[in-house]
Ligand binder design. Structure first.
Ligand code: PMP
Length: 423
């Protein structure tokens, strides 16, 4: 038995069957540095998948911030602490007026769960509208609005609208934007008829688990107008696009021309230390606070906030959102050049350091090539480059590296993808 086989058996025995691993031959990673991961045998892999180590694996500034604060104090939000307030101030300065209160959680799931509770209690309306094939978390309610439990019926207070996919599906054609807004209005009607007036519309602002379909710039303002007219609030799930990943904009909603009522974030916020947040208005928090109080044992602890503060400082000092834009454009041009040689590339989407490559078995019909995507995913791993796959058909290659990804790293990825697609 190899070391990997014995770890796999041990993991199965101790952690059970619900967990999933990546790759036909799972990786045993023991160290990370910048955009590199190293396995137990010392082999180096270019990490073009992990967005949590946002400013690079084990960034010394983040490590130092964690160690220094952990050596001084780690408690919770029932005591006064400057570090937590300093971070809240720094974070809120990245938002437009009206988004002025930060509440801390440990995970994106918890942030979405809290956002939905705020919407529910502040509007007094229990209905939720969510997008098909989205992902918002692993709690009961967030799993209900994700596609995590195939076959499990959804609660009546939830209505699902299609993904606004302009490449494949029903959202194509000249009037697709208006039809989409109408679909959201109909979902609100359905909820009202069932006795659950809508209180929230939640959407991942880059539709990451849907495979990153590009949303036309004028679509969302109309949708949000419909949502607000129905008495609901718009929750922007920024767990994937937030913190400058898309290049140019710090938040995904800025690309869509809307200001949300509630924003949730997590994953990259503290470079791997569990930290997540809800940012919203004073009014909504007052509405929530009148009927509930909030405490989260670990959310907003001084160590997490120190790590999160270091992330914002490094993003600014190393100009990483600008790097995401520049290297993202370079990567995009390289992917477009590959599309000229590989008919399997049906579409390239996303921006900055989050790009998707939709693989098709036929460019005319746009039939998704899920099996090929898996082969490319594994082929790249074998060649030392880590990417992912996403989308309802799992046929979209997901390229989402740490923000310190450079042109040289992009060249390596492109060369490897060229080979993997040729095989
Ligand atoms: N929302 C989105 C868009 C996500 O991608 C994820 C995690 N993949 C979550 C929420 C949930 O975050 P967490 O795993 O931190 O609970």
């Amino acid at each position: 038995m190899t070391r990997e086989e014995s770890l796999l058996a041990r993991r199965q025995r101790l952690m059970g069957g619900a967990y999933r691993l990546f790759y036909g031959r799972p990786l045993h990673i023991v160290r990370g540095e910048g955009v590199w991961l190293f396995d137990a045998a010392g082999r180096r892999y270019l990490d073009a998948y992990n967005n949590v180590p946002h400013v690079g694996h084990c960034h010394p500034r983040v490590v130092e911030a964690i160690c220094t604060q952990a050596a001084a104090l780690n408690t919770h939000t029932r005591y006064l602490h400057e570090g937590v307030l300093d971070y809240a101030e720094m974070l809120l300065s990245r938002f437009p007026p009206g988004l002025e209160i930060a509440m801390f959680t440990c995970t994106g799931s918890e942030a979405n769960e809290l956002a939905l509770r705020i919407a529910r209690l502040a509007t007094d309306r229990p209905g939720i509208i969510a997008v098909e094939n989205g992902y918002h978390g692993n709690t009961w309610l967030t799993a209900q609005i994700s596609d995590e439990e195939p076959g499990e019926p959804r609660e009546d207070r939830i209505a699902i609208v299609p993904c606004p996919d302009t490449f494949r599906g029903t959202c194509r054609g000249p009037d697709a934007g208006a039809r989409y807004a109408q679909a959201v209005a109909q979902a609100a009607d359905r909820l009202r008829e069932r006795g659950y007036p809508p209180g929230a519309f939640i959407m991942d602002t880059v539709l990451s688990s849907n495979g990153l379909p590009d949303i036309p710039a004028d679509w969302l303002p109309e949708v949000v107008a419909v949502v607000r007219a129905a008495g609901a609030v718009f929750i922007a799930d920024e767990v994937q696009p937030g913190f400058g990943r898309m290049g140019g904009h710090f938040w995904g909603f800025e690309r869509l021309g809307v200001v949300p009522d509630i924003v949730t974030m997590g994953k990259p916020m503290a470079n791997g230390h569990p930290a997540a947040a809800v940012v919203t208005s004073q009014d909504l928090v007052d509405g929530f606070g009148a009927r509930a109080s909030y405490f989260n044992t670990f959310g907003g602890n001084p160590v997490s906030c120190a790590a999160a503060r270091a992330v914002l400082e490094v993003l600014d000092e190393e100009r990483l959102p600008e790097n995401a834009r520049e290297v993202g454009q370079y990567l995009r041009a390289g992917l477009e050049a590959l599309a000229e040689r590989h008919a399997a590339i049906g579409d390239i989407r996303g921006s900055g350091l989050f790009q998707g490559v939709d693989l098709v078995s036929d460019r005319a019909t746009r039939a998704p090539a899920g099996k090929l995507a898996q082969a490319v995913h594994n082929g790249m791993r074998d060649r030392g480059v880590l990417i992912g796959t996403i989308g309802a058909h799992d046929n979209v290659l997901k390229i989402r590296p740490p923000m310190v990804f450079s042109r040289e790293h992009a060249d390596l990825l492109l060369a490897c993808l060229d080979e993997a697609l040729a095989n």
